[in-house]
Write a protein of this length. Sequence first.
Length: 212
Amino acid sequence: MSPVPSGTVQAAYRQAFVLHCFELIRLAHRDLDTTSLHNAEEPHITGELVRQARTILESPDAVHWMRFLAIHDDPPQNQPGVYGKRRRRLDVEFEVTGQQPRPRFHIEAKRLYRQDSVNEYFGDGGLLLFVTGQYAPDWPSAGMLGYIQSEDESTWHSRLAAGLAARTGKLRVCAETEGWESFAPALNRTCHQRGEVALGRIDIFHCLLTVI
């Protein structure tokens, strides 16, 4: 992954950027002692995931595209009229270094450990933050991480797909899409029309990680 001309975010480049972000996440997850995180809270899991991702990025064996990638844990997000400690804090932020402006990819993470976890995943503190434009208003795509702490991946994929279908209006799911779509190995995509028309649509990429 090499820098693109300033001021442009081509669709193909954006997709490659997104896939690299999730590839790094999966590599970091592979190297974690997930059994120690079985009952951990989301900030604990995310912190460990980002720590391991940085270890990979800074390794002498890092592949070439990693040279341009940076990852941040819990960065505050600027919003009009919201300052200091009142700012919301995003769970994970990726950025491409070495160019101006820097493309960014924002991720919100939620635990999947009880029945009402689906509500939290899609709710005001989850995916709705992207639909309402509070997170990633300047970008055409963002991500959700689901940390599985009970049952299995297949069960949670089914629950989230059903949860999305039950909330198509609230989540402003794009009418021409199939809802919970398979996009790449271990990655799903949903499309949403943001509440502010000027912001346009946003694609959300979903990745589930088992921490049992």
